[in-house]
Design a protein. Structure first.
Length: 508
């Protein structure tokens, strides 16, 4: 794909300039497409004055704000590379990422100023720009950008670092073409249009926040509301407010869990939501049913940072009938399920999901060895265990690396967790494999119980034994106040293993 990339924001500024593009909920600032276009131009000119050139990186460290999207589009206009940073990482973790990406400029929020100063020294970053007063002064003092740099759809637009759940984080290179294809792959089945009003609650440093569905909405000329940090009560208020008229929402399973556990959930009018998407982790079927009972069929999908992210999606009309499925392949992309030798498996068999197409990363930044291991003949190895049924609907069984083997049998924790969530007393649950002298590994369930509920280990194990094969049932249960999660809301199983498998009592 070598033709020129077209600037969405400048197009909408010309065609529908007065249309609201962004609403920053923390500041209540509303930006029309015309204003967003001008601010992006001025920011691009300022970044150019700081030394940002074609291919140079610009890193951003901030909670959700509409300013982050201005940085993204300003980078696009300079043919520079946007590098969003996970705000929950430590200085040590960010030092590794910034040393790898080597940005020319670090843009940051005021609450991260001490960390940004430290990182600038540690990583030798030439310039910093702080959101707020300094940022606004820079925009006001800068002229509009004289000319946008030409880019192709094959040019890298973004480097997005994976969560680093195994080893050091890797920077997935995202091209302009990938972002465009994702807008098409997601936009068509979710009916995103100029009339779309979307609430973004996931962090914009993650592909879920940036591309499900913020960028597709801006590509279509719709309106995106940006929430600084997810708050279940405020999200429910916005969803139910007829004056807002929200049409689209997206979250990871924990987002929906927190909302349905909130007292406002029962009285919130969900009828205006056209699409409520969910992804990022296996969705417990009991949680799906809670939302279905409120007349809101959550639309499941599957994707990765490395895949734009959309790989497959479940059509709204199939959401109830195929609860638990991630759907079928998106329009522009291909996939297959293979065994250990790379041979395609039969329907119903579990194997590793491989994906291919214009929505797939060209590779990892500065990681030639990782690139060699991640691809086979252009197929990206997802590391996810999956199966497909006779109707062609795909199911993500679990992360291959989270699977454990008990007595020679593969156990996929997501299946066990689905059963655990059927217990009304459970607020959060996760299953990990624990070493066992007899079986090699057995399941350890880590559970947080809802307030005013009681639950015993015996009740949990008994419940599982009624519903699962014996080798899948947890042999032990530990109770905790809350499960550790990464910034995207996924349960962080390496932390669970570190915390609970280090105990000789657990392993005995």
């Amino acid at each position: 794909m070598s033709f020129a990339y077209f600037d969405w924001i400048s197009h909408h500024a010309e065609v529908r300039g007065d249309k609201t593009a962004l609403v920053d909920l923390a500041t209540q600032r509303r930006l029309s497409y015309r204003t967003l276009d001008e601010r992006t131009d001025r920011l691009a000119a300022h970044l150019a004055s700081l030394g940002v050139r074609r291919g140079e990186r610009v890193a951003v460290l901030a909670p959700n704000t509409s300013d982050i999207l201005e940085v993204q589009f300003a980078c696009f206009r300079l043919a520079a590379i946007f590098v969003p940073l996970n705000t929950r990482l430590t200085v040590h973790e960010l030092q590794f990422i910034l040393s790898d990406a080597a940005p020319v400029v670090l843009v940051h929020d005021d609450e991260f100023e001490p960390m940004a100063q430290q990182l600038q020294r540690l990583c030798g970053i030439a310039r910093r720009l702080q959101f707020g007063t300094a940022y606004e002064k820079a925009l006001a003092a800068s002229p509009r950008l004289a000319a946008h740099q030409p880019v192709s759809l094959d040019d890298v637009s973004t480097i997005m670092y994976t969560s680093g759940t195994t080893g050091k984080p890797k920077g997935a290179m995202i091209t302009h073409g990938m972002t465009f294809i994702n807008a098409v792959n997601l936009g068509i089945p979710t009916c995103i249009s100029q009339r779309t009003i979307f609430l973004c609650v996931l962090p914009l440093f993650h592909t879920g926040g940036l591309n499900c569905y913020t960028n597709p909405v801006l590509h279509a000329g719709g309106t995106a509301l940006i929430m600084r940090a997810f708050d279940p009560a405020e999200a429910l208020r916005i969803i139910g407010d007829p004056n807002v008229g929200l049409t689209h929402f997206f979250g990871v399973p924990s987002i929906y869990q927190f909302m349905c556990q909130h007292p406002l959930f029962a009285s919130t009018d969900l009828s205006r939501l056209q699409i409520a998407g969910v992804g990022g982790a296996p969705m417990p079927v009991p949680l799906l049913k809670i939302w279905q009972d409120r007349g809101c069929a959550l639309v499941q999908g599957y994707g990765m940072t490395e895949t734009s992210p959309a790989v497959m999606m479940l059509d709204p009309e199939d959401a109830a009938r195929k609860a638990g499925s991630a759907g079928k392949p998106v329009l522009h992309g291909d996939l297959k399920i293979v065994d250990a030798e790379g041979n395609t498996v039969e329907p119903g068999e579990v194997g590793e999901l491989w994906v291919k197409g214009p929505n797939i990363t060209p590779g990892y930044w500065n990681r030639p060895e990782a690139n060699r291991n991640a691809f086979t003949d252009g197929w990206l190895h997802t590391g996810d265990a999956a199966r497909v049924d006779e109707e062609g609907f795909y199911y993500i069984v679990d992360r291959t690396k989270d699977m454990y083997i008990s007595g020679g049998e593969n156990v996929y924790p997501a299946e066990v967790e689905d059963v655990l969530y059927q217990l009304p007393a459970i607020a959060e649950a996760a299953v990990i494999g624990a070493p066992d002298a007899t079986w090699g590994e057995t399941g350890l369930a880590v559970i947080a119980v809802k307030k005013d509920f009681e639950l015993t280990e015996g009740q949990v194990i008994g419940h599982c034994r009624e519903r699962l094969a014996r080798f899948k049932c947890p042999q032990r249960v530990v109770f905790t106040d809350a499960l550790p999660r990464n910034a995207t809301g996924k349960v962080h199983k390496p932390t669970l293993r570190e915390k609970f498998l280090a105990s000789e009592k657990v392993l005995s």
